[in-house]
Structures are given as structure tokens and as C-alpha cells.
Ligand binder design. Structure first.
Ligand SMILES: *Cc1c(COP(=O)(O)O)cnc(C)c1O
Length: 378
């Protein structure tokens, strides 16, 4: 049997264990510490725009704390892109609020500005209240149309929380994803652009917000010699060991982004003659996706009947992992009662889309093996 080709594996740069050893040698085997500080500074420097970064235990924790900072609570509504991973929406419910889902647009696959505005005005009309926040997602690394989304958000004075978990290294109009919203969440899970084994970060615009994030992430302890609490806190800080991995990964982040983009170019070239198979591309020069995952759409009307599932199952038999696109949140049983604004784009993408193996660890030969198997069906 051929060796398995995975969708997106962790990819070490080589220096990670040096930073971990440093943590052991200095007995900083705790949440907080020099690796955490240095990792945060490296991330802030990478993002530019004078942002303040707080390293946390997961991207999901970053989204949760963002909503805490924005004052989301029981009975509120929060607008969220429907076409995403469940972790974008779940934290809304942790706070007793209700997600309102917005469909995607065809070119970026991300939040449709048109349906966003419809959702805002309709919710205000129906509930007499403004949604508390807007969560656009840069799915698969493709930037959402942040200029239009932010224009609408400003018009109604609703803060934007950017889910940039998949978009570290992506740029929109020359600006890094993760620096557009009032707040932004990053993820360093094992399958993301860089990993800390598990981890995330909250990107803040002000030092005050970063301070509040750290306060809530470390059990919300008041300033007193004993343990006193005036707020509900969380245990969400990143450990100094994980941050050591992150410091090592920052040294190879640029290589990882370059490699994922090269893999996307290679797929685009190798698949260009397959009728009915299209690879998601940057819609205009304003977009510069990190191409975290290379995604295709398979239109059976043009492939003489070959479907996404035919391709997925054949690749699986050849020991190659692929995955259907995210199932939209408004179609998830757990969110069956949540309001939704859209016209079926994300549902269609889910029906015909597939993520191809895209990890920066993959070789050109691996990619050729994937496309050679696919071509057998055509
Ligand atoms: C991975 C991911 C998250 C959650 O990040 P974790 O670090 O796994 O908690 C949130 N949103 C999106 C879009 C993701 O892909």
C-alpha cells in the first residue's frame, strides 16, 4: 500500500525543541512565561498594524473571550458566517446568545455583504435590538470582503470579530488577515498554517483590550493578596511549552505560506484540463489567500457525471485523505432553529466541493499522485 497522504499535517521547522528545552532548563513549565511573551511579540510583528496579541489555549478560546470582551450575553444575537467550522459559532451559545447565520457569496465563499445587511435590518425589525457582533471567516485562507463588511458594520455600529483561524499569512488589499476587525482570532491547531500542538491567539487593537483578555484568560482575579473575584474568569492562557513550539514555527511561517501557495499553483496547473473541475482562485488582485487548503468544485453536468463523492472515494481507496467542504451551520442539526439569511450558495458549495491534501509538508510527487488518481475518472 502506498504511504498515506494526509489533508494537512503538522510540519516542524527544527528549532521548536530548542525553545521547549529552554523552558525546561529554566523551569518555566507553566502557562505564561518567556516563550509566551516572545511568541506574542513575533505574531504582532508579523501581522503589522501595531496589534496586541494574546496567546491562548485554542482558537475557540479566542473566539469565546472576544465575545466576552464585546459584552455578549444571554438573549443577544450574534451574526456569523454560515459556511464555516462549528468553532466559529459555538462560542456564541456558550454565552447564552443566539447565532444568526449569513450565507456566502460565490467568488470568495465567505460572508455575503448583501445578506449581512439584510440580516442586520431584519433582526433589528424583528427583535428591536441590534446584533452584538459580526463574525466573518476567511475560510480556507481566502480573505472575506472586509472593506464591504466593515462598511456595513460601521453603518450600524456593530463590532466585527474576524475568524482568521485558517488565514494566518493571507492578505486583503495588502493588509494581513487578522488586522481588520475590532478583534480577531487565530488558531495553531495541529492542522493549521502553524501549530503549537493546540493553541490560539486573540488579536486586539488596544493594549487595554489585551490586558482584559489576559485578565479573563487567567481566572479574572481582582487586584488583592487573597483570591477575590468580581467577574467570571476562564483558564485559557497558552502554556510556555506550547509557545516554545510556536516560536519555532514562527521561524518557518513564511516558508509554510509559500509552500501552500505553490501547492495550490501546482494543483491549478495539473487539473486545468479536467472539464467541470475548478480550483478556487483569488477573485482579484486584492485577494492573496494563504491557500491553507486547496479546494475544488466538481460540476457533474460538465464531468460526464463524475461527482465529488466519486473523486473522494477513489482517492480514499488509494490512501489519500480528502474532505468535503464545511457543512454550513444553518444545515447543522444543532443549529436548526437559528435564523438564516441567504440563497443557497453555501449549500451548493457543500454539495459539490472537496478539499485536497495541502499540507506544507507534502512534496510535488505527492500532489502528482493525487492528480494522477483523479485523472483516472476522466
Ligand atoms: C480551527 C478553527 C477554529 C478553532 O480553532 P481551535 O484552535 O481548533 O480551537 C475556529 N474557526 C475556524 C474557521 C477554524 O478553522
Amino acid at each position: 500500500m502506498n504511504k498515506r497522504i494526509w489533508l494537512s499535517l503538522a510540519h516542524m521547522g527544527g528549532r521548536e525543541q530548542d525553545f521547549i528545552k529552554e523552558a525546561f532548563d529554566t523551569n518555566w513549565v507553566v502557562p505564561l512565561g518567556p516563550n509566551v511573551d516572545a511568541f506574542e511579540i513575533a505574531l504582532a510583528h508579523y501581522l503589522g498594524k501595531e496589534r496586541h496579541v494574546v496567546a491562548l489555549s485554542a482558537g475557540t478560546a479566542a473566539l469565546h473571550l472576544s465575545l466576552v470582551l464585546l459584552g455578549v450575553s444571554v438573549g443577544d444575537e450574534v451574526i456569523c458566517q454560515s459556511f464555516t467550522f462549528a468553532a466559529s459559532a459555538n462560542p456564541i451559545t456558550y454565552l447564552g446568545a443566539t447565532p444568526v447565520f449569513v450565507d456566502s457569496e460565490a467568488d470568495t465563499w465567505n460572508m455575503s455583504p448583501e445578506f449581512l445587511e439584510k440580516a442586520i435590518t431584519d433582526r433589528m425589525e424583528k427583535t428591536g435590538k441590534k446584533p452584538k457582533a459580526i463574525i466573518p471567516v476567511h475560510l480556507y485562507g481566502m480573505p472575506a470582503k472586509m472593506d464591504e463588511i466593515i462598511k456595513i458594520a460601521r453603518k450600524y455600529k456593530i463590532p466585527v470579530l474576524e475568524d482568521a483561524a485558517e488565514a494566518l499569512g493571507s492578505e486583503y488589499m495588502g493588509q494581513k488577515c487578522g488586522t481588520f476587525g475590532e478583534l480577531a482570532a487565530l488558531s495553531f491547531n495541529g492542522n493549521k498554517m502553524i501549530t503549537t500542538s493546540g493553541g490560539g491567539a486573540l488579536v486586539c487593537q488596544t493594549e487595554e483590550e489585551a490586558k482584559m483578555t489576559k485578565f479573563y484568560a487567567t481566572q479574572a482575579r481582582d487586584n488583592a493578596p487573597h483570591y477575590q473575584h468580581s467577574h467570571i474568569g476562564y483558564n485559557y492562557r497558552m502554556s510556555n511549552i506550547c509557545a516554545g513550539i510556536g516560536r519555532g514555527q514562527m521561524l518557518v511561517l513564511k516558508d509554510h505560506v509559500d509552500r501552500r501557495r505553490a501547492i495550490h499553483r501546482l494543483y491549478t496547473d495539473l487539473l486545468k484540463d479536467l472539464n467541470g473541475v475548478t480550483v478556487l482562485q483569488n477573485p482579484t488582485i486584492d485577494f492573496n489567500s494563504n491557500f491553507w487548503l486547496t479546494c475544488i468544485l466538481v460540476d457533474p453536468k460538465q464531468t460526464k457525471g463524475v461527482t465529488r463523492e466519486d473523486i473522494r472515494l477513489l482517492l480514499e481507496r488509494e490512501n489519500i485523505e480528502t474532505r468535503p467542504l464545511w457543512k454550513p451551520m444553518h444545515l447543522q442539526p444543532v443549529f436548526a432553529d437559528a435564523p438564516f439569511y441567504g440563497d443557497g450558495i453555501s449549500e451548493h458549495l457543500f454539495d459539490i466541493g472537496l478539499c485536497l491534501p495541502s499540507g506544507s509538508i507534502l512534496t510535488d510527487e505527492d500532489i502528482l499522485r493525487v492528480t494522477d488518481v483523479m485523472k483516472r475518472l476522466f
